[in-house]
Design a protein around this ligand. Sequence first.
Ligand code: NAD
Length: 495
Amino acid sequence: AVSEAIDGVRDVLSRAGESIIVAGKPAPAADGRLIETCDPATGEVIASIAAGSATDVDRAVAAATRAMGPWGDLSAAARARVLYDIASLIEAHAEELATLETLDNGKPLTESMFLDVGIAAEVWRYYAGWCTKIGGQTLPVSPPVGTSFAYTRREPLGVVGLIVPWNFPLLIASWKMAPALAAGNTVVLKPSEMTSLSALRLVELANEAGIPPGVVNLVTGYGHEAGQALIEHRGVAKISFTGSTATGQKIVTASAASLKKLTLELGGKSANIVFPDADLQGAAQGALTGIFLNQGQVCCAGSRLYVHRSVHDELLGELESAAREIQLGHGLADGTEMGPLISAAQRERVEGYLRSGAEQGATLVCGGQRPEGDLATGNFLTPAIFSDVRDDMRISREEIFGPVLSVLPFDDEAEVVRRANDSEFGLAAGLWTSDVTRAHRVAHQLQAGTVWINQYNMLDPAAPFGGYKASGYGRDLGEESLLGFTQTKSVWVSL
Ligand code: NAD
């Protein structure tokens, strides 16, 4: 099944060296350099992508600047039609896109199909609908003399730079591109150097859908080269970034010179809280997907599980037996429930946290091992659960970005809210209870951009997603993301 699936995408792999797409035309990097991209489940090189640099970014920004005219000249309805067509093309190529995503990132194919590709298509459709609904206001102004009439227009910002990470490459590229384009901007997309293949295919499909040349451009390459050139470029009006807090800080610094607008979606250390009156089966299931989806490489992963002391041991037992059953394997193989981590370096980073947890006195209940046999050459790590965790341990405070769950007991509601909020991050939180009053009371007190009640990891194009505190600012998805790609003009008329 694995080699057959790879054969199905061989065409895309073979043209990956020309992954700089400017004004609809693919090209290699200006200086011809390449970056090898590996299958994280085997360590084998699957393709080489172009290592773009400042010269390529310059070309892409120039093309995007020129394309502002043709894109702006299209009616809102015509822009909507293009975005609807992109959604349909994503669905028509779902299997191909999902295969590329799994091959490049490692996640199980069913996840790539239903979560990454499935939601990506819906995101395009959602923002296609917005094209014809971006209105302004008429304003009841009261000038000191005479009579005036005033109204607002929502205008595009210009060329926007979109920088995305490796954990949900197609999905995050889509949830930045679609609103940027719906609002009338043109874009330069910079995917992660580790997972550029689905972005390459997405930009090809956008061009196939008939988007005017230059409206969507792709520059693949390293963050410190292509990414850095994009964030420093004077022709770029806004950067929308998802990635690590450290890179987010570099972007803030680089943006100062040209006062670029920014949306930053950064790291998290989300708390998931189980009250004693919760449906424990549901909570156990939610806690497992909350931490082990995408091998724990999820910004909103529920990595701190607070469990009421009265149900702590029972829930921990359920989690342990379920975690031991999770089937690791190649994402393209039948029956795989969890794939490898993105890279050898990422696995070593996670293993560092496993050591730190043990050194600081937590108990490793299960997992955290490199499997042997067929999986030995991939970046696999068995799903790990720590108990006896304290709030001051590094595993409770820092983002691990891997399949490691910390379970912490608590005694009362006020205490757990305080402990959940005692984090520099504030991306998401979950809570499990059958008391509807408590559910909303606690949801309102949690310092997080998303709170899930009796569920976890739910996403929808209509629901804004983003962080409180050091998890970033601005929002992806929903109307908020769209408005973040516009600027408001007040127009005054003397009557
Ligand atoms: P990263 O910051 O290393 O890289 C993200 C992107 O930024 C990549 O495309 C990279 O090439 C680019 N980049 C790196 N250095 C750059 C620079 N100097 N200038 C410009 N661009 C640069 O992050 P990652 O390792 O790819 O992703 C993991 C991180 O992303 C985690 O911290 C995770 O929490 C975060 N994340 C957040 C969200 C969210 O919505 N909040 C979603 C997914 C991932």
